[in-house]
Design a protein around this ligand. Structure first.
Ligand code: COA
Length: 310
């Protein structure tokens, strides 16, 4: 069943602004990335979404295609962003079936809560490999197509339909440091650094590279892993956020449309934080329990117990 536009896109954007464009998105079956792609498809783009789970990815592709009559959305499953060959094959299929790649969203990520003492070297490495190396691999595999797209659709300041854009999905944890998130903080700091370097290396060829950093967003796997149902029910979870609420996937999709649209042509090497001001709020894991109690009371010392809950 088609998802109502109001759930993934504001009314301010004009239909057709992404006609004939193609978006390639890793982690595209996830809650946030699927909303981003759905918004772009609604506004004219075709898409390839990439995921690990074949069935989930193909099912989501079909569902996203309902956002616009005639939309082509391909779901490519069994892809691990840690393997560059997987991504290269996906890019080749996307180009063969949809004609090229104009926009990329590097969204695949892995996360769990764990204190440094409960984090094995392999657990740390796993998140670095998925988030940082996976983002690098996504850039590396798609950049030849982005270069072609930017050459065809130049970023002149007057061309309303540019191509050659990449957005990496990051986090705010490394801005301040975050308990239970040393692995993700390190991984996402690396993602931000890759994006900044890409902005400098590929800007001269008309490509823009930016970060979108979602804060706490309703209904996401991230919040299922990081948030607390009890704190959400009582409202305590929202007290940490200056706007006193979680965000919606629509608010992340709107930021994506902005950065890929004519309105975002001159934005390059930036970090767009969409979090209601959350990262500026005093420390703590938004509403779980009080800092530093959860570090001292043993809540997170047993990884196996935590894994079982997810
Ligand atoms: N606490 C501590 N360590 C944990 C953990 C937890 N909650 N969950 C996994 N690990 C450790 C494992 O024990 C293992 O380390 P070890 O070999 O020393 O025991 C290591 O992480 C790798 O786990 P594994 O299950 O083999 O990795 P994977 O590649 O199958 O899964 C994860 C990757 C761990 C990131 C998994 O959570 C995942 O697949 N996530 C994808 C979806 C997701 O996280 N979405 C949220 C986005 S915000």
């Amino acid at each position: 069943m088609a998802v109502p536009r109001s759930e993934y896109l504001s009314s301010v954007w004009r239909d057709g602004i992404f006609d004939k464009k193609v978006v390639f998105c890793t982690g595209g079956a996830g809650t946030i990335c699927s909303a981003q792609v759905r918004a772009l498809v609604h506004l004219g783009a075709n898409a390839c979404i990439i995921g690990r789970n074949v069935e989930k990815t193909e099912r989501m592709a079909k569902n996203i295609a309902t956002a616009r009559n005639g939309a082509k959305v391909i779901g490519i499953g069994a892809v691990d962003v840690r393997k560059i060959e997987d991504l290269e094959k996906s890019v080749a299929r996307c180009v063969k079936e949809l004609g090229g790649i104009d926009y990329v969203i590097a969204g695949a990520a892995g996360n769990f809560l764990a204190p440094i003492e409960g984090l094995s070297s392999n657990a740390f490495r796993t998140v670095i490999e998925i988030d940082t190396i996976g983002s690098f691999n996504t850039l590396k595999a798609t950049v030849p197509e982005l270069i072609k797209s930017a050459a065809k659709n130049p970023n002149t300041g007057t061309n309303p339909s540019t191509g050659g854009r990449i957005i990496f999905i990051s986090a705010t944890f490394h801005f301040t440091g975050m308990p239970l998130q040393a692995h993700v903080s390190a991984a996402k700091a690396g993602v931000d650094a890759i994006s900044a370097s890409a902005a400098l290396e590929f800007g001269p060829r008309g490509i823009t590279s930016n970060i979108i950093t979602p804060g706490p967003i309703w209904g996401t796997e991230g919040m299922a892993r990081l948030g607390s149902r009890d704190a959400e029910k009582s409202g305590v979870a929202f007290k940490h956020v200056p706007l006193q609420r979680y965000g919606t996937v629509k608010e992340i999709a709107d930021g994506t449309v902005y950065l890929f649209s004519d309105a975002g042509n001159y934005v390059n090497g930036e970090v767009l934080v969409i979090d209601g001001g959350d990262w500026r709020s005093p420390s703590g894991m938004g509403g779980t329990t009080t800092y530093p109690d959860y570090l001292l009371d043993g809540s997170f010392v047993r990884p196996s117990a935590q894994k079982a809950k997810l």
